[in-house]
Design a protein around this ligand. Structure first.
Ligand code: VGL
Ligand code: ZN
Length: 208
């Protein structure tokens, strides 16, 4: 049995003060650190949203669009985001309090300007893989717990892909380790993940 913890996008950009702040986003850092230190995981993975400055998910790349408008990218409806998590900027760095020295593997994503990649496993058009599923398989991971930012986007897409792409692996979402962008989206995300077979738990179930 190999247990892995997947920390989704715990970056400055998604925390208060960042370019795409999630309300109370920095509250997940303490949960992550507690799990890293005392959760009994064999492996810790962190995903990192890592966009070029001209990324197609940015409203700034679409004349006439404002942040949070709807647009299109890679043939799919796409939320037009504020510029965020640009490669090499402070906004893209992990939250400074996150225990990154304990992270075994960092999975960057969102580098192709022509498609978004909410999931840590593959682009939104489901074509290019990031490599994370192969890495987890090569480590014989049998249980994957995930948490982070944002519940209704990258956490949701990552959890659903974990179910699809890692058959036989038990996938759990640590709900108190997540914060979301839109309250309705969070409700829908939790329902979609539960429907797909993700077990929804609290970190108190693992550590005290
Ligand atoms: C995310 C929107 C755009 C996320 C990333 O981490 O949930 N959301 N890029
Ligand atoms: Zn992004």
């Amino acid at each position: 049995m190999t247990k892995a913890l997947l920390l989704i996008d715990i970056q400055n950009g998604f925390c208060p003060g960042g370019n795409l702040p999630v309300a109370d986003g920095d509250a997940v850092v303490a949960v992550a650190n507690r799990l890293i230190e005392t959760g009994g995981y064999d492996l810790v993975i962190a995903s990192q949203d890592w966009h070029p400055a001209n990324h197609g998910s940015f409203a700034s790349q679409h004349p006439g669009k404002k942040p949070f408008d709807m647009g299109e990218l890679s043939g799919q409806p796409q939320v037009m985001w504020p510029d965020h998590c640009v490669q090499g900027t402070l906004d893209a760095e992990f939250h400074p309090d996150l225990h990154v020295s304990r992270v075994d593997y960092v999975q960057r994503k969102g580098e192709n300007p022509d498609v978004d990649s909410y999931s840590a496993f593959r682009d939104n058009d489901k074509s290019a893989l990031t490599g994370l599923s192969d890495w987890l398989t090569s480590k014989n991971v049998t249980e994957l717990d995930l948490m982070g930012l944002a519940t209704d986007y990258c956490v949701r897409f990552s959890a659903l892909d974990a179910i699809d792409m890692l058959p036989g692996v038990k996938v759990r979402l640590i709900a108190d380790g997540c914060r979301g962008i839109d309250p309705n989206g969070v409700e829908q995300a939790l329902a979609a993940m539960a429907d797909a077979g993700v077990e929804i738990i609290e970190s108190s179930h693992i550590v005290s």
